[in-house]
Design a binder for this molecule. Structure first.
Ligand code: TTP
Ligand code: MG
Length: 394
């Protein structure tokens, strides 16, 4: 089961908590200029028809005693951090999706914390006791339904969609409630007389793809109760890279290949030392005229082996149609994850599985070079000549 937790009128609730004069009053958070729009409206203000993205002058017209509070992003971010910390105690599989919402995959945590509803109630209680803020939680066996559920009984709501109700729920779900359906798609929906998610099934994949592009396939899956998206633990926003400005500009492929291999090894070693895995590899090339390009590739699985990084980097290099001489070559990785964060099991065969074998070789090489020095063991192609120079130095 997946929980979706969304804070109620987040910015406004924080201001109402911190300033008793604002309690139970219609409040909006926004800039104070004529052109400002409402960032959030308290539930009292929403009764007047005021909502996010509405121009402030219009909100004032709807409610003459409206309280307008300038936003304090720093404060909201600090509160958000505390909330996410509370939520993360209940399951390691947490995905923060915005400043005030997160998904939590609690499968397997019931023995520790009780039923899914018990977990949701504890989260609500802990957030309220510690921060005096309320949230709404949706519980469902499918990710997109948990988000819809959390919105159903706001504020301070708790809504569960049981597995047995999923089919009916989808059948009657108004199509505009499906995440990703905006005004443009609604026009096509009306033309096709699609009012609920269940109505999608009246059409086949070719029509849906023609009308909605990639979204067509997803809609068909969702209408059949299939949501392939999983709760993805958040990536660390960091990168590890290594680059070298060459002694002279070059074009020779074999030399470039070796440099990419060497950079990949340095990056891989740092990655393993820091106990990270990565899901993205990139290369950077600077040319003789100082122009520069980067190319990156998202992988199917998390890796930390130098040879996997090298293969990806070389693949990226081969795709670039290099016409100029190269003066700098860099290899790097992003989308890092702590090695100890649990990742969901892949249900299909992992095509990158052979990388795992290379990882053990890498770890062995790492420990040898740690003991005896960096240069004691290396790939044959990177060995130095008898004057201690790498081939491309000369
Ligand atoms: P939301 O969760 O969309 O809204 P909310 O928390 O204010 O209200 P609800 O009870 O319906 O969940 O957004 C969270 C915060 O993000 C919100 O308090 C203000 C900010 N925000 C903006 O700054 N601009 C926007 O357009 C929206 C939608 C939100
Ligand atoms: Mg919210």
């Amino acid at each position: 089961m997946i929980l979706h937790i969304d804070m109620d009128a987040f910015f406004a609730a924080i201001e109402q908590r911190d300033n008793p004069d604002l309690k139970n009053k219609p409040v909006i958070i926004s800039g104070n200029s004529k052109r400002s729009v409402v960032a959030t409206a308290s539930y009292e203000a929403r009764k007047f028809g005021i909502g996010s993205a509405m121009p402030v002058f219009k909100a004032k017209q709807l409610c003459d005693h409206l309280e307008i509070v300038p936003g304090n992003k720093k404060k909201y971010k600090a509160e958000s951090k505390k909330i996410m910390q509370i939520i993360s105690h209940y399951s390691p599989l947490m995905e923060q999706v915005s400043i005030d919402e997160a998904y939590l995959d609690t499968t397997g945590c019931e023995r520790l914390f009780g039923s899914f509803k018990d977990i949701a109630l504890s989260i609500k209680k802990e957030i309220y006791n510690q921060l005096a803020l309320t949230c709404s939680i949706g519980i469902a066996p499918i990710k997109f339904l948990s988000k819809i559920a959390s919105d159903m009984n706001k504020p301070d709501g708790l809504t569960t969609i049981e597995q047995s109700r999923v089919k009916d729920f989808i059948f009657f779900l108004p199509i505009q409630k499906v995440p990703g359906i905006g005004k443009n798609s609604m026009k096509s929906m009306q033309l096709l007389q699609i009012k609920t998610l269940g109505d999608i099934k009246k059409y086949g994949l070719p029509v849906l793809t023609q009308k909605f592009g990639k979204m067509g396939k997803r809609l068909l899956e969702l209408s059949n109760g299939i949501d392939k998206s999983r709760v993805e633990t958040n990536y660390i926003r960091k990168s590890i890279s290594s680059e070298i400005t060459l002694f002279k500009d070059i074009t020779d492929f074999q030399t470039i290949r070796k440099i990419i291999l060497e950079r990949s090894q340095i990056v891989g070693k740092t990655l393993r030392e820091k106990e990270f895995l990565c899901k993205n590899v990139f290369i950077k090339l600077k040319f003789s005229d100082f122009s520069q390009i980067t190319r990156s590739r998202k992988l199917n699985s998390l890796i930390c082996s130098s040879s996997a990084i090298f293969n990806e980097a070389l693949f990226l290099y081969k795709k670039v149609k290099v016409k100029k001489k190269i003066r700098l070559i860099g290899v790097g990785v992003t989308a890092l994850k702590d090695k100890n964060t649990p990742v969901q099991m892949l249900l299909i065969q992992d095509p990158d599985n052979h990388n795992k074998q290379w990882e053990s070789v890498d770890f062995a090489v790492d420990s040898i070079s740690e003991k005896f020095g960096m240069d004691i063991i290396n790939k044959a192609s990177l060995t130095k000549d008898n004057q201690g120079r790498k081939k491309y130095d000369s």
